[in-house]
Design a protein around this ligand. Structure first.
Ligand code: NAI
Ligand code: MG
Length: 483
């Protein structure tokens, strides 16, 4: 059945708002390649309007709300998201191709972020400091003002939740630029914010392409803080544009995260986690465990068990809810295929490959899961973020070598360590350069409560948890001389 694609507008000042240029971008379903919606193609003009609306909210109704009131709005919004979870999940599954169970988990995570930050809003405060006699000195944490949020397509609801939830909790007004490949769930979530009582202008969403709407947002002098999640190259462009007007930036730029397995590990516990850490969201996860480092005495045996699992992994349409959906776009599939071609021409061994199920439409962007073995540590697939369902297995001989390999990439986002030896757990956790370290488990980014962010080229600044509230505020010191 041929359906007329639905048209989605920007969300500015609590209203659907057409793009000034009247242009739109087709929205493609990665599961079957069909166009099912249109989004507005934002330009600098639309960003201007959104920043203006946010500034008015910050100087007006939103800026005047107490922490308690802000917290309650976020909590009501959280309840509405939870109530509409299925609708949001179906929308997300269609827009991104992710299996419906993962989309549901993302909607729940969005609700949970809003609940967490709603609860935190009135529990965040400054200090009183010792100083010279006759003085009282106190600090207060103030919102930056208007914050910009550039969101990638891999986890729109989660990344929006962690970033906008924290920014709003402490009183900022937000302008969001979602990825052109995945906007729909956020536009729907914004409608629910109105129902929850969020004043007009506190949250604005401008859809569009990165070099147009995204670049205009990063360069806008009315933006007081930018939070960006995406590729290292785009992160650099955003930080450069922001630097022109001395705008602070938080960058989360992905990784090449190692899962380090020692011979004494509990393999039954490790195996499903090792696999899931890379195939979740079809490998399109900044914190994907994309390298498995295995102690040599275990290498052959573990590789065999991993190969068995990889061989059984199926890719299919989002609503079929298999282990893998399609990749987000044909462009992303081409990118992953290029990495695989380079692995092959580099003589790297493919030890197992999953399948694409028969009912998967041929126009969808499917790619089977792939397990590569004996990957040289300096090869591209051991160094760079593939952002696809590709796991690189690498043997190591001892702790020192494991640390060297683990730290031997430009990134440092997450690490997993599998061992029963308590001393080694702590030694390794301390030596690995990563923003999050999981021992005998692996959380792609971990829970809502856990601070998250990178070392090295994985970025700087921390989001999630209570820690994020510091990043979304500026500290003011007030020194009172009273004699
Ligand atoms: P990207 O980094 O270009 O896109 C992320 C966001 O930035 C999107 O909203 C995009 O519209 C925006 N953007 C793009 N160019 C911009 C500019 N000049 N100024 C401001 N904003 C801009 O990533 P892309 O092209 O979608 O994917 C390329 C690769 O990046 C992926 O294959 C993957 O390796 C990596 N990536 C990493 C992510 C992560 O979570 N670490 C998320 C998305 C992509
Ligand atoms: Mg899409």
């Amino acid at each position: 059945m041929l359906q007329t694609p639905t048209r989605h507008l920007h969300f500015i000042d609590n209203e659907p708002t057409a793009a000034e240029n009247g242009e739109s971008i087709p929205v493609v379903d990665p599961s079957d390649g069909t166009v099912f919606a249109q989004i507005a193609r934002g330009s600098a003009h639309d960003i201007e309007r959104a920043v203006g609306a946010a500034r008015r909210a910050f100087d007006g109704a939103w800026g005047r709300q107490t922490a308690l009131e802000r917290g309650r709005v976020l909590q009501r919004w959280s309840d509405l998201i939870e109530a509409q979870r299925e609708e949001l999940a179906v929308l997300e599954a269609r827009d991104t191709g992710k299996p419906i169970t993962q989309a549901r988990a993302d909607a729940t995570a969005l609700a949970r972020y809003l609940e967490f930050y709603g609860g935190a809003a009135d529990k965040f405060h400054g200090e009183t400091l010792p100083y010279q006699s006759g003085y009282t000195v106190l600090t207060i944490r103030e919102p930056h003002g208007v914050t910009g949020h550039i969101i990638p397509w891999n986890y729109p609801m989660q990344i929006f939740g962690r970033s906008v939830g924290a920014a709003l909790a402490v009183g900022n007004a937000c302008v969001v630029k979602p990825a052109e490949d995945a906007c729909l769930s956020l536009l729907r979530a914004a409608e629910l914010a109105v129902e929850a009582g969020l004043p007009a202008g506190a949250l604005n969403i401008v859809t569009g392409f990165g070099p147009e709407a995204g670049a205009a947002l990063s360069a806008h002098p009315g933006i007081d803080h930018i939070s960006f999640t995406g590729s290292p190259l785009t992160g650099k462009l955003v930080a450069q544009a922001a630097a022109v007007h001395h705008c602070p930036v938080t960058l989360e730029l992905g990784g090449k995260s190692p899962q380090i397995v020692f011979a004494d590990a509990d393999l039954d516990a490790a195996l499903p986690v090792l696999t899931n850490a890379i195939i979740q969201n079809c490998g399109q996860t900044c914190s994907a465990g994309s390298r498995v480092l295995i102690e040599r005495s275990l290498y052959g045996a573990l590789l065999e068990r991993l190969a068995e699992r990889f061989g059984a992994l199926r890719a299919g349409p989002a609503m079929a809810d298999l282990e893998l959906g399609p990749l987000i776009s044909d462009k992303q599939r081409t990118r992953v295929r290029d990495f695989l071609a380079k692995a092959e021409s580099g003589g790297i061994r493919t030890v197992a490959q999953g399948s694409i199920v028969g009912e998967a439409p041929s126009q969808g962007f499917y790619l089977p899961a792939t397990l590569l073995a004996d990957v040289p540590t300096d090869h591209l697939v051991a160094q760079e973020e593939v952002f696809g369902p590709v796991l690189a297995a690498i043997p190591f001989d001892d702790e020192d070598e494991a640390v060297r390999i683990a730290n031997g990439t430009p990134y440092g986002l997450v690490a997993g360590i599998w061992t029963r030896d308590g001393g080694r757990q702590l030694r390794m956790a301390r030596r690995v350069r990563a923003g999050q370290v999981f021992v005998n488990n692996y959380g792609a980014g971990g829970g809502v409560e856990l601070p998250f962010g990178g070392f090295k080229h994985s970025g700087y600044g921390r989001e999630k948890g209570f820690e994020a509230l510091y990043g979304f505020t500026a500290l003011k010191t007030i020194a009172i001389r009273h004699g």
